[in-house]
Design a binder for this molecule. Structure first.
Ligand SMILES: NC(=O)c1ccc[n+]([C@@H]2O[C@H](COP(=O)([O-])OP(=O)(O)OC[C@H]3O[C@@H](n4cnc5c(N)ncnc54)[C@H](OP(=O)(O)O)[C@@H]3O)[C@@H](O)[C@H]2O)c1
Length: 279
């Protein structure tokens, strides 16, 4: 679709942002549906975020994604927050409801969709979340909303305790193999929300003795570069079900696409574009 005077603009604000796969994923979707839209990456430093969002309003940009480090700061720059953005305290998607600029968070629902799509229903399960940073907040919120019982394991215990309190989690553990080993038999699933295992540190992994998890347990890694992390490789080798971070990346994007265009996202096209970029 050639860019012309009718082309609608969406994009992502981040700092840094040049590693983002979102332009590839969304532009493949626009192309597949024949929509005259384009998705761009804007490198915006934190001190210029307010100006960038004012610019979005003035230019009639149809929607934005926000990534590190803007997700929290953007909450105070919109006209209204959705219930999930308010509960998580972070915004990853801006869209227009008439003249009202709405801040939403599609990370939590995107994560949940990726689990369900992989055949995992966390409702009623006991889930261990590794990490207590930005992504852990959206994941713990999603799991609690779905009716899972959640435990948190983090290096900084105080941070984990704050998160546990906020979402009524069951307990907090130290992110340490010796501390985790005797506890793991009680969990149905584990979600890694730390960057351990991420490129270029592909030989690292969270200190999780996967052999101690029950045979029915599943392991999800939010890290998607590489697609199969060392954690997922070890879990798979022990016969456990594994869920990669690609699904969350895909579904948070598909949900944002639907907020902006009012059209069902071509999820298979978007997934193929992501897989090709990560190959
Ligand atoms: N698949 C997706 O769509 C998706 C979405 C969002 C994020 N992610 C991925 O998720 C990962 C986490 O992102 P985030 O935004 O939550 O990061 P973040 O806010 O910086 O939080 C990182 C967490 O990991 C812990 N951590 C970091 N380095 C560690 C180390 N060497 N040893 C032990 N713990 C360590 C931190 O512990 P302390 O509290 O002790 O510092 C913190 O709890 C990243 O790899 C990101 O790419 C994927």
């Amino acid at each position: 679709m050639p860019i012309d005077a009718h082309t609608q603009v969406v994009g992502v604000l981040g700092y840094p942002v040049r590693h983002s796969l979102s332009p590839t994923m969304h532009n493949a979707a626009f192309e597949a549906l024949g929509l005259n839209w384009v998705y761009l990456a804007f490198e915006v430093p934190p001190e210029r975020l307010a100006e960038a969002i004012a610019g979005m309003r003035a230019l009639g940009i149809r929607g934005l994604n926000l990534t590190i480090p803007h997700k929290e700061a953007a909450c105070s720059l919109v006209d209204r927050l959705t219930a999930q953005a308010e509960a998580i305290g972070a915004v990853n998607t801006l869209f227009w409801d008439g003249d009202t600029l709405v801040g939403d968070n599609t990370d939590s629902e995107g994560f949940l969709r990726s689990l369900l799509e992989a055949g995992v229903e966390p409702k009623g399960q006991r889930v261990l979340v590794l990490g207590a940073g930005g992504s852990a907040r959206a994941i713990v919120y999603a799991l609690r909303q779905r009716g899972a019982s959640v435990w948190l394991a983090n290096r900084n215990l105080q941070r984990a305790e704050q998160l546990a309190q906020r979402y009524n989690a069951e307990g907090v553990l130290s992110l340490d193999a010796a501390a985790l080993a005797p506890q793991l038999t009680r969990f149905d699933g584990v979600v890694n929300c730390t960057p351990l295992g991420m490129h270029p540190n592909e030989e690292t992994m969270p200190p999780l003795p996967v052999a101690n998890l029950p045979a029915h347990a599943w392991v999800c890694d939010l890290v998607y570069r590489p697609l199969e992390t060392r954690l997922l490789r070890e879990a798979h080798a022990h016969g456990l079900k594994t869920v990669s971070g690609l699904g969350m990346l895909l579904w948070q994007g598909a949900l944002a696409f639907e907020r902006w265009t009012g059209t069902s996202a071509p999820v298979a096209v978007m997934a193929r574009a992501l897989r090709e970029s990560l190959a």
